[in-house]
Design a protein around this ligand. Structure first.
Ligand code: SF4
Length: 369
């Protein structure tokens, strides 16, 4: 591919030095040179836009200023610190990784791409980003923005995320960063994809790559790249049971490690519809509760005035969820049958404990938030 030259590397470095946005993780890295700041940003930015990450990132560092502070935290504290960002498994793995660095490696950071790969939750994309930014290792990074920019530079009109292209793009980026400043060059191409070479209206006049760009020359920006290979979504029905005691307090449980959705998060008991049956997600549900879900479904279908729940839509990774909230009054005895490890909270305190948007939507749907 044509842009992996020393000349392009130099012009990208010049452009990035002058135009890079002062994102919090970049500023922290510039001042402290602590891989912790970059690692957390890389994990938060997975599947999440910068705008959503920034406020959570700032709050996270007020709670966990060092890798050691996260290693000493409970998993519940970690989840609460990142709530709203979704994809919570990545933060469980970050927590495990922090324990690995702080305790097992006695605070020693990985010294290469290969060593980063041994840390929980760090795959080859994240290891490339971390080793190029914090260790100056010649590892190119390819994300969706980089794919779009490289497609346009070469006027590629197929889907940008075909496996064969991914390999080619990785080689191009490895070669481009091999001329120097790998962290800055990787971030420069990503930044161009985020701010200049945008999907619908690329600003070619201010693009530092415009001299090399075949799409600009051929005026094919609207068809390069072609549409992405789409994720196939699976539709699924869930019931979120909101258990309430006669005294108005609510029962919250910690979901099982074996749950299919939101494993290990604090929230409400969740049920998956399999055929016509409701099954507890990661736990054995007592029959009386399953009956209540059926009864609530019928009431919701009939739009009964006594309805104590609502349906709403939600998505988690490749699942399109049609969820129904079921407000269920239970006795202390029933609460014990449901989950011996659960705990009770007043309505005003529930929201602060909920990590996932699914649980918050369920609360909202029955007007408890
Ligand atoms: S010149 Fe235009 S189309 Fe080409 S990479 Fe730059 S912004 Fe994208």
């Amino acid at each position: 591919m044509t842009i992996a030259t020393l000349e392009t590397n130099k012009s990208l470095y010049k452009w990035y030095s002058a135009k890079a946005r002062p994102l919090p993780w970049r500023e922290l890295w510039r001042i402290h040179k602590d891989p912790w700041h970059i690692w957390v940003s890389e994990i938060m930015l997975q599947q999440t836009v910068i705008k959503a990450v920034i406020p959570v990132y700032d709050k996270f560092f007020s709670l966990f200023p060092s890798v050691h502070s996260l290693a000493s935290a409970t998993s519940e504290d970690v989840r609460l610190a990142v709530r709203g960002l979704g994809y919570y498994r990545r933060f469980d793995l970050l927590h495990k990784g922090a324990i690995e660095i702080s305790k097992n490696r006695k605070g020693q950071w990985p010294k290469s791409f290969q060593e980063w790969l041994t840390i929980p939750g760090v795959g080859s994309y994240t290891a490339s980003a971390l080793s190029s930014i914090t260790l100056n290792e010649h590892q190119g990074v390819v994300d969706g923005n980089v794919e779009r920019v490289l497609c346009r530079i070469h006027d590629i009109r197929t889907a940008p995320n075909l496996p064969a292209l991914k390999q080619q793009f990785k080689q191009t980026m490895d070669q481009l960063v091999s001329h120097g400043n790998p962290g800055s060059i990787n971030q420069a191409i990503m930044e161009i994809g985020q701010t200049i070479c945008t999907p619908t209206q690329p600003s070619c006049d201010v693009c530092p790559l415009n001299k090399h760009c075949l799409s600009k020359k051929n005026k094919s920006q609207s068809i390069s790249p072609g549409p992405k290979v789409k994720t196939v979504f699976q539709e699924i029905d869930l019931a979120i049971v909101i258990p309430r005691l006669a005294n108005g307090r609510f029962l919250l449980v910690k979901r099982s490690e074996k749950a299919r959705f939101l494993k290990s998060t604090v929230g409400f008991p969740t049920f998956i519809k399999v055929g016509n049956e409701w099954q507890g997600d990661g736990f054995q549900a007592p029959p009386w509760l399953v009956q209540r879900i059926h009864a609530s479904s019928i009431r919701q279908q009939k739009r009964s005035k006594e309805n104590t729940g609502k349906t709403f839509k939600h998505s988690i990774t490749k699942y399109k969820i049609l969820a129904q909230s079921v407000l269920s009054t239970i006795s202390v005895d029933e609460a014990r049958q449901l989950d011996g490890t659960g705990f009770f909270l007043d309505a005003n305190d529930v929201e602060a404990k909920l990590v996932s948007n699914l649980d918050r939507k369920a609360m909202k749907s029955i007007r408890l938030l």
